[in-house]
Design a protein around this ligand. Structure first.
Ligand code: F6P
Length: 359
């Protein structure tokens, strides 16, 4: 019986259990394989014995399709090639991972991860001469080569819901409500949720802004008797002077407590409005997976197993042009996909009169 491994790596998101379900269903039922679920991403492969469990169909009879998180556990710390030790030194532990793969006696690996995790897994599997198929997942939607990464649709849904919940207070109290969302270095969540949730201002790291332009937008709203505003800020947006606030802790973070608070404070000073700031944080990762994430998880899981069955290696499954496809991992990792300032979403936002800060 052929044995394959599967692991989830990087930050959790909604839809990971749905991917695992699809992988197990296809591999066990479709091909008669044995599936080993590796615990805590690459961390499970560093333990001795390796932390892993057999995944069979009985595990997936219940509610897992609907549940966020990952039953395997995951980690976004501890690159095995540059592993941090308690005393601050770094160690290459990649050989231990290769031994871990051998201990499990697997002939192929399905790795569910974001850009960074897939890059590391690709190097590890190359070292172990183990066929790898990657499945893109990240709420940030910054994986190149695919229009869809698992978890993004749910995160956008949660952020849109938050705007739906903030709008009544904004309108009732004549306030400016600022919502800071995640996205790492990209502004995809902010842009999509901002459009879907009727924001007046959306700030993303890919488009430079000036505080004067934000004030002008608020003034314009007021001239139309609109005394409230919804503002969405992506976490990687910087201060007007270009100082990183949320992404890398530093002086500015200490002063403002995050970019949402910085923008909130500046808007209050410039407009005299009452401003409240909400930092959405990890609730964007744990929402019940929306149908689109479950659907893509199912499609990607089945396709990944089919690729291993066809003898493919070092590929990432992708959604492109209305169908599932796959690309060489080397062509997609280490080139994060960012918001295109000339793209359709930005064009739509401008067409809706949303201020993106640059004019
Ligand atoms: O990559 C997913 C993500 O949620 C980012 O949007 C965010 O910047 C980061 O992970 C948060 O990481 P942690 O869970 O380690 O705080």
């Amino acid at each position: 019986r052929r044995r394959i491994g599967v692991l989830t790596s990087g930050g959790d998101c909604a839809g990971l259990n749905a991917v695992l379900r699809a992988v197990v269903q296809r591999a066990v039922e479709g091909y008669g394989w044995h599936v080993v679920g590796i615990h805590k991403g690459t961390a499970g492969l560093l333990s001795r014995p390796v932390e892993a469990e057999t995944l069979d169909l009985s595990r997936f009879q219940g509610e897992l399709l609907r549940r966020a998180g990952t039953i395997l556990g995951t980690t976004n710390k501890g690159n095995p090639f540059n592993f941090p030790l308690p005393d601050g030194r770094r160690l290459d532990r990649s050989e231990e991972i290769v031994e871990g793969f051998r201990e499990l006696e697997i002939e192929g690996l399905i790795g569910i991860g974001g850009d960074g995790s897939l890059a590391i897994l690709s190097r590890l599997c190359e070292k172990a001469d183990l066929p790898l198929i990657g499945i893109p997942k990240t709420i940030d939607n910054d994986v190149a080569g695919t229009e869809v990464a698992i978890g993004y649709a749910t995160a956008v849904g949660v952020a849109t819901d938050a705007l739906d919940h903030l709008q009544p207070t904004a309108a009732s109290h004549d306030r400016i409500m600022v919502l800071e969302v995640m996205g790492r270095d990209a502004g995809h969540i902010a842009l999509a949720a901002g459009i879907a949730g009727g924001a007046d201002i959306i700030l993303v790291p890919e488009i430079p802004y000036s505080l004067d332009n934000l004030k002008r937008k608020i003034d314009e709203l007021r001239r139309r008797d609109r005394n409230f505003a919804l503002v969405v800020v992506a976490e990687a947006v910087r201060t007007e002077e270009g100082e990183a606030v949320t992404a890398s802790p530093g002086a500015a973070k200490a002063r403002y407590g995050g970019i949402g608070h910085y923008i909130g404070q500046k808007l209050a000073e410039a407009t005299g409005a009452e401003v409240r700031v909400t930092v959405l944080g990890h609730v964007q990762r744990g929402g019940t997976p929306v149908p689109r994430d479950r659907l893509m998880a199912s499609i990607f899981g089945v396709h990944a197993v089919d690729l291993l069955a066809a003898g493919k290696r070092d590929r990432m499954v992708a959604w492109s042009g209305r169908t599932v496809t796959d690309l060489a991992l080397v062509d997609v990792v280490d080139q994060p996909h960012r918001v295109d300032p000339q793209g359709a979403l930005v064009h739509a936002a401008r067409g809706l009169g949303i201020c993106l800060g640059d004019r």
